[in-house]
Ligand binder design. Sequence first.
Ligand SMILES: Nc1ncnc2c1ncn2[C@@H]1O[C@H](COP(=O)(O)OP(=O)(O)OP(=O)(O)O)[C@@H](O)[C@H]1O
Ligand SMILES: [Mg+2]
Length: 279
Amino acid sequence: MSEDGELIRLDDINFCYPGRAPLFTGLSLRVCEGDRLGLVGANGSGKTTLFRILVGLQRPQNGKISAFGRLVRTAADYAELRRRIGFLFQDSEDQLFCPTVREDVAFGPLNLGRSTEEVDQIVTQTLAELGLAELATRVSYELSGGEKRQVALATALAMQPAVLLLDEPATGLDPRSRRDVIERLARIGRTQVIASHDMEFVRATCQRVVVLDGGGIIGDGATDDVLGDDELMLRHGLEVPHSLVAEARAPTTDHHHGAGPSHGHGHRITHGQQQHEPT
Ligand SMILES: Nc1ncnc2c1ncn2[C@@H]1O[C@H](COP(=O)(O)OP(=O)(O)OP(=O)(O)O)[C@@H](O)[C@H]1O
Ligand SMILES: [Mg+2]
């Protein structure tokens, strides 16, 4: 990690799927320790691809990726990076491949070289904290969509990574499970990047929001500044969350969110390819 707490840095990334128009042109982004960063953007704007680039599942044609203070270039660099970054895939089916839930959740920590006793404890604790203890012996592929989503999240959390990349964590969750996940993420307190179309979820979990569109980052700032910018949101296929609209109508309400004050990092909203700078 660099002195100012920078954990991940993308510099001038160009990316194009074979035979397709360029998806990212000159995209730059910094993620610092403790950031709770919401990644929003219309369908196809590149949120999932950005995560896949970050963990080395896609390689950019140009640009630099640094993580934990080191340039990431070789397959070995990416393997090392994946030990420290937990990734929740958008599609739970991509995450669950063991016969039972317990084995799926144990897979990551076992791969990290933890002892069987340690892993047993981590799995039991992780499942219990997400209210999933009763699913431990179930066959993963027989779970409901929402159950799979929660177990997939458990597999990422069980690795106890320095950084969590969560692609649509709230999809398919009932209101109580969704609230539990919001509370769980707040308690973890680790660096988190959350891609979501659920703006209320982003508002409840993130202090900073980045908007992706047209090949790059077109907005970056404190959560309420970005999500409350109706012109920016509408222009890029998004919508101001209802809670913010309601608060704007009743400005005296002292509303407080789980993720803490939106201005905690001193971000200002920026339009274009700028990055946030720490204060
Ligand atoms: N393997 C692939 N090959 C070719 N094109 C792809 C591939 N994966 C994604 N794309 C295209 O790249 C663009 C970005 O896709 P991506 O999945 O990153 O978007 P997203 O922002 O995550 O969308 P969503 O909100 O629907 O999850 C889309 O136009 C998509 O069709
Ligand atoms: Mg996606």
